[in-house]
Ligand binder design. Structure first.
Ligand code: NDP
Ligand code: HSE
Length: 428
């Protein structure tokens, strides 16, 4: 049995997990694919760095081109991250007929269509299960499990770092910065954690899920994004009091082939199954026209969960190699892209306003909502011993995003409002 030779780009958090699984599960893996799997070369940035695992120094290089150009290597596993340079490595590897397994959502969200087109031209596989929701096999589920259905809604906690932060802030009252540091130490965060906390990482994952779920080419610029850096402990406490949990949710909805897609901190009804997903765990809720509600749950980041998805992709590539069907199972988005306008995107809203504590203020504020036909679900006014202003909490019924934008612009002009402290989408 000729071994299948793998070139690994990156030996950090995820790369180390990949080596552990390939070595630790070798007997089981090779019996599944009918060949031993050998990690032939590994590229890192710093060859002198101490590693958590023992690896033969002779196979390590600081030049990824040595791995890409090695004629012995059949499959490249890319777990180094990065966009422009990494794209060049991958395109060149495909040019040379090598198959690709990657965890790189940044690359796939931005250049996925170009990479997949090249793969098809060269009859190579490009698998990227680990790029969304770490250890949850959601990409395979959308491509294969739901191939028969029409997906209407995908709602996901798809960033482990921010879910870890929000959960700790909610359950332990921990401070945002302390928990972010912890998430970085645990290897959950990106090398620049801004992309986690500002929602960009989740937006990239939602663009990938939207493309697969709605069979159209969803681009990053189609996703409206806001992150969690403005979420305070007070906001989380308000959410809890009203029966909600605060989560960074990606929400993609499709109706008559028009879709909307967004990532934002959202107050989700505490009874919804996704509201109880805590820590580094991710969950993806998929609503299909025929299947109805489904939900997929598991670790969204970390070495071993992520490596599980990568090595499963590696197994799929090798099985395809044996069958001679590489490059034949790509999903090609075939539907023309139609984005919903703000007039057609509806959701509930939560607002916390700091206002003058005097007669007539509430009437002035509710009048603004009435002017734009936004109906209110509840309005509560309360005093706050730390704040001379009165606090008004408003929850709307479903309102169009366009109407709410007008309400917000008008409220910003009202003199009786000192501060629009918080504004969140409400789900469930
Ligand atoms: P790390 O920063 O832990 O590891 C990156 C690895 O790549 C390191 O070994 C580094 O070398 C190497 N590397 C970086 N740049 C280069 C370069 N130019 N040339 C050669 N080697 C290079 O990242 P992670 O393992 O956390 O993430 C890797 C990828 O997986 C990213 O795309 C990330 O988004 C994705 N991902 C990560 C998850 C996680 O939980 N961490 C989960 C899902 C996806 P050196 O060790 O010498 O510094
Ligand atoms: N930084 C990412 C997260 C890693 O926290 O979810 C997994 O993609």
């Amino acid at each position: 049995m000729k071994p299948v030779k793998v070139g690994l780009l990156g030996l950090g958090t995820v790369g180390t997990g990949v080596v552990r699984i390939v070595e630790g599960n070798q007997e089981d893996l090779s019996s599944q694919v009918g060949s031993p799997i050998v990690i032939e070369r590994i590229a890192v940035k710093n060859t002198e760095k101490a590693r958590d695992i023992e690896v033969d120094a002779a196979i390590i290089t600081d030049d990824p081109w040595e791995v890409i150009r090695d004629p012995e290597i059949d499959v490249i596993v890319e777990v180094m991250g990065g966009i422009a340079g990494t794209k060049e490595y991958i395109l060149e590897a495909l040019e040379r007929g090598k198959h690709i397994v990657t965890a790189n959502k940044d690359l796939m969200a931005l250049h996925g269509s170009e990479i997949l087109a090249k793969a098809q031209e060269k009859q190579c596989d490009v698998f990227y299960e680990a790029s969304v929701a770490g250890g949850i096999p959601i990409i395979r589920t959308l491509i294969e499990g739901f191939s028969s259905d029409k997906i209407v809604k995908i709602m996901g906690i798809v960033n482990g770092t921010t879910n870890y932060i929000l959960s700790k802030m909610s359950q332990e009252g921990a401070s945002y910065l302390d928990v972010l540091k912890e998430a970085q130490e645990l290897g959950y965060a990106e090398s620049d954690p801004t992309s986690d906390v500002e929602g960009l990482d989740a937006a990239r994952k939602m663009a990938i899920l939207g493309t697969l779920g709605f069979r159209t080419n969803v681009e990053l610029s189609d996703v409206s994004v806001s992150g969690i850096s403005g979420v305070s402990k007070e906001d989380i406490a308000f959410a809890k009091r009203l029966g909600y949990e605060m989560k960074l949710l990606g929400i993609a909805e499709s109706h008559e082939d028009e879709f909307s897609i967004s990532v934002q901190p959202t107050m989700i009804r505490a009874s919804h199954p996704i509201a109880s997903v805590n820590g580094v765990y991710n969950a993806v809720y998929v609503y299909g026209q025929a299947v109805g509600e489904t939900m997929f749950y598991g670790a969204g980041a970390g070495a071993m969960p992520t490596a599980t998805s990568i090595v499963a992709d590696l197994v799929a590539v090798i099985k395809n190699l044996k069958l001679g069907v590489n490059g034949l199972k790509q999903i090609v988005p075939y539907k023309q892209k139609k984005l919903k306008s703000d007039e057609d995107i509806f959701y509930k809203n939560f607002l916390l306003l700091h206002v003058d504590d005097k007669a007539g203020v509430l009437a002035k504020i509710t009048q603004v909502f009435a002017e734009y036909d936004v109906s209110l679900d509840s309005v509560v006014q309360q005093a706050n011993s730390h704040n001379p202003d009165a606090e008004i909490i408003i929850v709307t019924h479903n309102a169009s995003k366009a109407s709410m934008n007008k309400v917000m612009r008008h409220l910003e002009q009202l003199k009786v409002i000192h501060r629009i402290k918080s504004h969140y989408r409400v789900e469930g």
